[in-house]
Unconditional design. Structure first.
Length: 242
């Protein structure tokens, strides 16, 4: 089965926020991506609001017809916002206000009781829950324990190894993701992957049996500067189709 593509439109908002004006509009980008054939839209509403804003998410909820995946940190304020907006899925992530982008997976194993309450609240509001985690055994087991529906494996280390040309490290990261995908599926968790994936490195991740969706943002947005959003999405879909 072809791996699905979720398009993250955060960095359309990053460009907009550089000038604090109305364009480019991330909601328009999301609609173009959907028309191009992607199967979901992802937006990360950070606590520092450096790119996506509350209004963007509300507009996306009214416009997205595939699947709206809202990434948030596990805080009471963000949980309340998510339950009010009702995205199709919430992905809980770890945030560091000094980071350029997400630096690592959520440490679910260290916060099982706390996260279980957040997960239960979201699921009681008919919102599917995913956890953005590193491909590690204790994190997968903890994801099962807190009641998540999905895990999204952090492919950041894999992407970095690809950029550095470290073939041994690339193989190590692929093996870890393969093993943890198998474990997650054994526990009844559905599996996504994302972070740092691009047109050069996505094929190896998409080939892993059990991964049903990849979330890609920066690479597609960067490509769209030269060829447009529609073509950038279609080129990525062509890679995922083999």
């Amino acid at each position: 089965m072809t791996v699905k593509l979720g398009v993250n439109i955060d960095h359309i908002a990053t460009i907009r926020e550089a000038r604090k004006i109305r364009e480019p509009d991330p909601v328009t980008a999301a609609l173009v991506a959907e028309l191009a054939g992607c199967m979901g839209i992802t937006a990360h509403l950070r606590e520092d609001k450096r790119h996506i804003q509350d209004r963007d998410v509300r507009l996306l909820r009214g416009m997205v017809t595939t699947k709206l995946n809202l990434k948030i940190s596990p805080t009471a304020e963000m949980l309340q916002f998510a339950t009010n907006v009702q995205p199709d899925m919430v992905t809980l992530v770890q945030e560091n206000h000094q980071e350029i982008t997400i630096e690592g997976g959520l440490n679910v194993a260290a916060k099982v009781d706390e996260l279980a309450k957040y997960v239960m609240t979201l699921k009681n509001n008919d919102i599917a829950v995913s956890l953005f985690i590193d491909p590690e055994t204790d994190q997968v087991k903890a994801a099962k324990k807190v009641g998540a529906d999905f895990v999204e494996f952090n492919t950041g280390k894999y992407a970095t190894a690809c950029e550095l040309g470290s073939l041994q490290e690339v193989d190590r990261e692929i093996s870890a993701i393969e093993d943890m995908t198998m474990l997650a599926r054994k526990y009844g968790l559905r599996v996504l992957a994302g972070h740092g994936l691009n047109y050069r490195n996505v094929a190896s991740i998409a080939a892993i049996e059990g991964i049903e969706e990849v979330n890609i943002g920066h690479s597609i947005v960067a490509r769209s500067v030269f060829v447009g959003m529609e073509k950038a999405v279609k080129e990525m879909l062509d890679l995922l189709r083999g």
